[in-house]
Design a protein around this ligand. Sequence first.
Ligand SMILES: NC(=O)c1ccc[n+]([C@@H]2O[C@H](COP(=O)([O-])OP(=O)(O)OC[C@H]3O[C@@H](n4cnc5c(N)ncnc54)[C@H](OP(=O)(O)O)[C@@H]3O)[C@@H](O)[C@H]2O)c1
Length: 259
Amino acid sequence: MQLELSGKTAIVTGASRGIGLATVRALRAEGVQVVGAARKPTPELEETGAIAVPVDLGTRAGAQFLIDEAVRAFGGADLLVNNLGGGDLLTLAGFADLDDDAWADAFEINLFATVRVTRAALPWLVRDGGAVVNVSSIGAWRPEGPPLAYNVAKAALKAFGRGLATELGPSGVRVVTVSPGPTRTSMWEGDSGLGAQLAAAVGAPQEAIVAGAPEQVGMVTGRLAEPAEVADLISYLLSPRAASITGSDHLIDGGAIRG
Ligand SMILES: NC(=O)c1ccc[n+]([C@@H]2O[C@H](COP(=O)([O-])OP(=O)(O)OC[C@H]3O[C@@H](n4cnc5c(N)ncnc54)[C@H](OP(=O)(O)O)[C@@H]3O)[C@@H](O)[C@H]2O)c1
């Protein structure tokens, strides 16, 4: 299938590794010019040929800085992937141990950064009849259990996408949510992500936690999703081939969420 994305311009947040990096690679392969944002852009991001913008999107000024860089590089952007998520304070702590900082961090990174980047990009999205993909999580569908603040922020992100799609539809801008289940990134395999925290909590090797995650979560495929699989779904949803898809939330979770 030809995605008809060649010649378009995209902004991808959280682009230095994981799902964001895979999305940059997928879009570059389709002939898209990409601006990729992270606090510390990696050599892997630079190698894609994307414009790498070092920016902290947990700050109020970060979003406008990113869009200004995209305007400077490409005169704006047709496509926006709000992939940034997680957060440095992502924790398995129960409700009683989640202080204001943990809640604020969860909402800054998983909701407010997306709100601000989308608002700053809006003039160019409207000008070009653009498309936005927001990356949520199965945690928005199944918020019980930790990480609670993250799950609640992702549920708010899903609601944001639905509401914005309705408002922007007449302007020719589509807004879609993608909700991955466990996906093989630093969130599971890194030194301080959920995988590492779960391993420490139960005293098991991290590799065993990662290997057992699909069964634990109920993924009938029996394996973690790969970042490239999520990136392919995002690329399709951004493309003109998905012109009638807006406002919806697309699970990519190995069948974990049923009904
Ligand atoms: N992996 C999963 O199992 C899974 C499951 C469901 C949903 N998701 C969602 O999918 C998205 C991507 O997840 P991932 O696992 O690929 O994440 P990841 O590997 O942890 O990558 C996170 C990216 O965000 C950047 N980032 C973090 N804080 C930032 C900040 N304040 N400002 C700018 N950039 C920042 C990181 O770069 P720097 O650290 O250099 O800033 C990195 O590029 C997230 O929204 C996550 O919630 C993931």
